[in-house]
Design a protein around this ligand. Sequence first.
Ligand code: GCU
Length: 340
Amino acid sequence: MKSRINIKTILALLIVCIIALAALVHMRNTKHSASPQYVLRYADNQPDGYPTTQAARFFADQVYKRSGGRIKILIYCDELLGTESDTIKQVQFGGIDFARVSTAQLSEFAPDLTLLALPFLYDDSKHMWNVLNSELGDRMLDAAKDADVIGLSWYDAGVRSFYTTYPIDSLEDLKGMTIRVQISYLMDDFVRCLGANPIAITYSSVYPKLKTGSIQGAENNLPSYEASRHYEVAKYLLLDEHSRIPEMQIMSKNLLEILPAEDISLIQKCAKESSVFEHKLWEKREKHALEYVVNMGVEVNYLSNSERQKFRKACEPIYKKYSKYVTDYEDLMNQIEKLK
Ligand code: GCU
């Protein structure tokens, strides 16, 4: 009799313990998803579903999971937190914690970065990634410090080409045309050297300006041309493939004072992993974008070899000018050449 009571008591206690443990685990999980310790903000001017914003979500998920739910990063797409150059400024003073930005625009604040955005610099995507994944690439991530932000990782942004409201296929055709450029001295100089008239406006202003005819063209990579629907209002694509402008994930240096060192390392690791993720998405999206715009009635033109030579020749003054702004320019150019 005595021992039966004991077994019953022990069984009851065991059940109570299991229920209490399950409740505790549930509370812990609920607490993590309901109230993370840090809620951080990330800006990207591209729409949801674009390779860079998908990779940003991957980055945020990894940080959330691997920090045990303590760090939650909210992703704001579509210029929701401001134009690209505004988001750079906000990351500088800590209003935004992270952003994905074009090197062309970041180089306005960190001139060494103009090196990586020079026209006709890389032979192809592989060459660019050899550079980004080399010591030189690390040095350039570090150069983001000159812009008062921290460079975390590189994202692919393919190769840029011109698209216009009437067909063009030569340097002569570009002369005098009003072409939108990013808010970047480098891109302004580039278009000017080709004899066109550059107008620096934000990404979201391009569509209406093309539509009303106040600009006759712009230049961008294929996924942007497709996602921004610029192909609807500038149906002529000249695949001249003039510039590869890598993009960077940047972080506010304020986080160094807020987060413990292990969390910063975790963020850096997840950012690098998201770069590999984005690169794969990018390749697929680039192919899809070309097929898509062609199906939508875009006329694609190519540069003849002799025209390509003329484009390159016209860019020579840019190399001369920007060699003055980039530290160790000659040496770095030699390194880039060797990384082909
Ligand atoms: C690319 C890039 C954007 C940039 C845009 C532009 O689409 O991904 O970050 O803003 O070019 O031309 O402004």
